[in-house]
Design a protein around this ligand. Sequence first.
Ligand SMILES: Cc1ncc(COP(=O)(O)O)c(C=O)c1O
Length: 376
Amino acid sequence: MSSSAATVALNARDLLARRAAETPGVISFAGGLPDPALFPKRQLTRAFVSALQSNAAAALQYGWPEGSLELRQWIAGELCSRGAKVSAERIIITSGAQQAIQIAVASISDHARIAVEAESYPGALEIFRAAQAQLVPLTDQAGLYYAMPSVSNPRGSRMPDPERRALLARASVSKGFVIEDDAYDGTCFSGARHRPLLAEAPERVFHVGTFSKTLCPGLRIGWLVPPPRFAKRALRNKQASDLQANGLAQALVLEYLRSGHFPKLQKRARAHYRRKLERLLEAVRRELPQLRFDEPIGGFSLWLESEQEAEDTELLEAAMQQGASFDLGRQFRLGRARNLCIRLCFSAVPADDIEVGVSRIARALRQVHPPARPSR
Ligand SMILES: Cc1ncc(COP(=O)(O)O)c(C=O)c1O
């Protein structure tokens, strides 16, 4: 990410993250960024030329707010192969998953209480807070529930079946709705694709997807499948927001999908991220044995927690001085956690920097919280 002197950071946390990103030599485990080494530059260049040569009008002219029919057909095919019977007509192409979440919230009148997982995606929490919603745990009753059942951010875990069923049952009892954020489903290291909640309760689920994690985020192409009774309202909200998703980006993604290279890219990406995760796990086990974690099944990050109470900004400052950065756990939580929790994103860190980065964080942790001396 680049910025300029005119860039305004939104808050202190943002400022730290920007400083880390812009300080040469800092190994940054912050931000859920895909590895730019995986962006299929040559194939996207070909797809770009081909999109303009074959159908410049579709790529450059205004389009309908729901987006390209062919692209929606491709997404519908993917969802059907995962068990959700969705026709292309029900899908709205959005400017990333972020906008899909925003449209879903704007389309539901009862969003005074939104229930979220114990750790959740900060970008969604920001939308909910901006909508003045009261945020409560996912196990509470609410008008709206937000979850990442397939592969969660930050934990990279799958919601167990009983919890999925319980979530849908709670939503049904409270006559509420569920935003299913499926952004990371395509990143499962095993290649498994999960049956979405959408397949179980299409009348209650706003399904959100994106090409950001599996292709590239710069094109800003995602999608929303609203429940049928919200179709018109969601489409009106999309149109009011920005008329349509970027037409050239849609044409480019479509041409790229037609080229047949996407499955190969996904396979390569899974192996690539798996290797990085393994290096990170090895380094964390060696250097940070005081931190607990569950091995992720996919996604871009590892969630680490300690029993210890700790001042996490102090640790981040110390880590920055050592030349490493990470995401503060509190960004992902509703309340301020007393114990130390941090998110390490391994996806965009060069593989050979992972061990060095972790040992810098370990050094910072020893500096901020020296190990207790054994008492005599
Ligand atoms: C869980 C989750 N949902 C949605 C998004 C936003 O994705 P997009 O780039 O498609 O707007 C992100 C980005 O980090 C994410 O982690």
